[in-house]
Write a protein that binds this ligand. Structure first.
Ligand SMILES: [Ca+2]
Ligand SMILES: [Ca+2]
Length: 129
């Protein structure tokens, strides 16, 4: 009986989560680079002219660092796509880069501070397609 109750509660929570997802217009987020200066943005669902499963890199500070964003589709350690603000004066966002992913695909976004020496101080955030 106890097991049955637990299972029922779980199903109810799942149903509530589904309702929330459906009533939410678009799931989008940004994640700041190490010590600021820019961020990566993830657009899970279509919004206006931005397709779902898109990302971009934004540099918001003239601090000698560009913002470099890499996406690991499937979180398997292999990087699949990237965008960089390098060569552009802040504030600058790259065009949205579109990934055609199956719904629910896990992704991990890495955001780096980038200069002539390479890419530094990665931070990351997990998302879903
Ligand atoms: Ca910068
Ligand atoms: Ca991957």
């Amino acid at each position: 009986m106890r097991l049955l109750k637990t299972k029922a509660a779980g199903v109810m929570l799942a149903a509530m989560g589904l309702t929330f997802t459906l009533s939410s217009p678009a799931s989008a987020w940004t994640y700041g680079a190490y010590e600021g200066g820019g961020y990566g943005a993830w657009q899970q669902d279509p919004s206006d002219d931005v397709k779902g499963d898109s990302f971009q890199a934004c540099d918001i500070k003239s601090d000698g660092y560009a913002i470099y964003v890499r996406i690991d589709i499937g979180r398997d350690g292999d990087f699949d796509s990237s965008a960089t603000t390098r060569g552009n004066y802040a504030p600058y966002c790259t065009p949205w880069k579109y990934l055609d992913l199956a719904e629910g695909t896990p992704i991990r976004m890495y955001i780096y501070k980038s200069d002539a020496d390479g890419h530094h101080n990665p931070v990351w955030k997990d998302g879903t397609a």
